[in-house]
Write a protein that binds this ligand. Structure first.
Ligand code: NCD
Length: 309
């Protein structure tokens, strides 16, 4: 039996390095596979999605991933059009959805929501973003992108810039990077530094520096991972106004980067990467978004097929 069969994907901390490597291998297999054969992987199966927060890429890439492997997907993209609006609980919604489908994807505003929902669901559940806590499939896609574009992860210098306090993609990425031998530089305004409740775990296996100054590192980086300031998570709008626009990556900054370095962003971007960077050779965030379809297809195919593929 393949080890992902029927498995919940709640935190990237639950995956070993071997697990991650086997997802990358399966993703490459999915990309290369003949389409007819690929469509057999989820034939007759359905994926149910429950999105309590806005999403473009995550939901659509899960849907396109499911279509790629021959399955169907349906769900709730807007809670105001569902019985949640009438007051139905998360537990009941998950229970009902798990009776209609073969796997579930959940995005929710609360930390801990996915772990809770996975206990209720009779079907495997994938966390597509739980509050400020984690977004494991984004990190899988990010790590796969690094490996695909730079041919390795070990030995790289990775700068992560922006909202390190509220950005859940950062936490999953850092937990994932613990499996590799990398130098990480965290760059943020003082008010958006990484939360110390999570660094205890990260520090044990990953060495990183913290700074407010991107200029110190920019010339040496292999990967610049940019994030959006998470406006919706600020308890106080005034605090947001103070840090909004702290880092804007424009072509003046990118020109200082190595030619073979890459810029990633989980997207959506607001103003943290200017659009003139899009045509520069370092920009890989659109490729990164597209890889998400294939990494998710691989993960779903592994979760749905007992003997793998
Ligand atoms: C991220 C998220 O939802 O955490 N988006 C995504 O899934 N690609 C990042 C963000 O919203 O800034």
């Amino acid at each position: 039996m393949n080890e992902f069969f029927n498995k919940d994907i709640i935190s990237i901390r639950d995956l070993t390095k071997e697990n991650l490597e086997s997802i990358y291998d399966s993703t490459n297999k999915i990309i290369e596979m003949d389409p007819t054969h690929r469509r057999e992987l989820a034939r007759g199966k359905s994926l149910g999605y429950l999105f309590f927060e806005p999403s473009t890429r995550t939901r659509l890439s899960f849907q396109s991933a499911m279509a790629l492997i021959g399955g169907t997907s349906f769900g709730i993209a807007d809670v105001s059009s569902s019985s949640i609006q009438k007051g139905e609980s998360l537990a009941d919604t998950v229970k009902i959805m798990s009776g209609y489908t073969d796997a579930l994807v959940l995005r929710h505003t609360l930390d801990g929501s996915s772990r809770f929902a996975a206990e209720i669901s009779e079907k495997p559940l994938i966390n597509a973003g739980s509050g400020t806590e984690e977004h494991p499939t984004q990190a899988i896609q990010d790590l796969f992108t690094i490996k695909k574009e730079l041919k390795k992860i070990d030995g790289l210098k990775i700068g992560i810039v922006g909202d390190l306090k509220y950005g859940r993609t950062i936490y999953s990425l850092l937990y994932g990077l613990r499996n590799y031998d990398v130098d990480v530089h965290l760059i943020s305004p003082e008010a958006l530094k990484i939360r110390t409740d999570s660094t205890y775990d990260i520090k044990k296996e990953l060495s990183y520096t913290e700074s407010e100054n991107l200029d110190e590192y920019i010339e040496d980086l292999d990967v610049l991972y940019v994030t959006r300031v998470q406006k919706e998570r600020f308890p106080d709008e005034e605090e947001y106004m103070k840090v909004k626009g702290s880092y804007v990556i424009g072509n003046d900054i990118v020109k200082k980067m190595k030619d073979d370095s890459i810029i990633l962003h989980p997207l959506p971007r607001i103003d943290e990467i200017s659009s003139d960077v899009d045509s520069m050779q370092q920009a890989r965030y659109f490729e990164q978004a597209e890889y998400g379809k294939f990494t998710r297809a691989a993960l779903l195919a592994l979760i749905l097929n007992k003997d793998g593929f």
